[in-house]
Design a protein around this ligand. Sequence first.
Ligand code: PLP
Length: 396
Amino acid sequence: MRKVYLDHSATTPVDPEVASLMMTYYTEKYGNPSSIHSFGQEAKQALEEARRQVADFIGAKSEEIIFTSGGTEADNLAIIGVTKAYQKKGKHLITSAVEHHAVLETLEYLAKNGFDLTILPVDENGRVSVEDVKKAIRPDTIFMSIMHANNEVGTIQPIAEIGRIARERGVIFHVDAVQSLGKIPVNVDAMNVDMLTISSHKIYGPKGVGALYVRKGIRLAPRAHGGGQEKKRRSGTENTPGIIGFGRACELSQERMAEEALRLEKLRDRLLHGITERIDHVKVNGPRGSERLPNNVNVSIQFVEGESLLLSLDMLGIAASSGSACTSGSLDPSHVLLAMGMPHEIAHGSLRFSLGRQNTQEDVDYVLDQLPKIVERLRMMSPLYDQVKQRTLKAL
Ligand code: PLP
């Protein structure tokens, strides 16, 4: 059976070159980077080279990079670390309604523990308004977290403008760039950010590795105490092979990004147009064109359940998602689609395809061939769709 993986926003395969480099650091160059002997120093040197590669990719300095166990930990470290360090200055925090749960739930935890949280709404395309940001900032606002690109609908936020306002008003600005890294340019200076989260497994690196960028001068209270690694900001023996893999994955992404983004954009538009042409009662979720990640397609197909669609696609070898990786196991409608004003019943039938390096035009055409048949079969079982069809026939 043909296998088509279209869930690259959930995770990506590790680049074979990255995997083979990592293997050396598991089996041959396995020293602890904190050890002073030659094994340790060899590992330390490679770790610092990876730090430089990661920093280069986002326009940062090496000493501004803290390695973590992934995007979730980096988001937690940014939010808890900064609020703890600056709580005497103020207790007001700002975020948006479409953030990843790693940001939203961490901020909601703080809101239950003495902080005051403003959650900004988004428009029908999932975009935060710069005017709303301006209005939300108060004299006691210390921290704001707005994601670069959304993991479900691919909406790219006006980060540079929001960052400029945050800087003018003295608010520390954190950006979750887990989904944008490797797909569109990410540069901490151009984007006016103070802190930035990235994750290795979304850019063909290993799982369980990520980083938090912290601009020089920003104070951060550590979450993990112990051996004092990462300049005392994240204790624990470093995942050396993982970090080295992440560094090389950054370099490879940097080399390929411009060309790959153009290729993916073409595939994305072919898939989007193909679906809306071949299936009726379909809504495209999120913006079109350059305000959307080049690899993201998200549609709501009315009168069918998202879960049934996913299972039927899976039986034909097509891997897609009904929302974010973490929530696709739950039957709740996506908080992102609800925040964009979509009614519950339509949010339930949403489907995300996220394209990646291995995908070809043949993959897209296979989906375009199979999906209409699946939808037709599922709709035959839907009493609601039957009523709509009868009404349309009567009107003719
Ligand atoms: N932030 C966003 C926007 C994500 O999409 C994800 C993962 O899907 C995360 C954070 C969490 O990253 P990790 O899986 O590395 O913990």
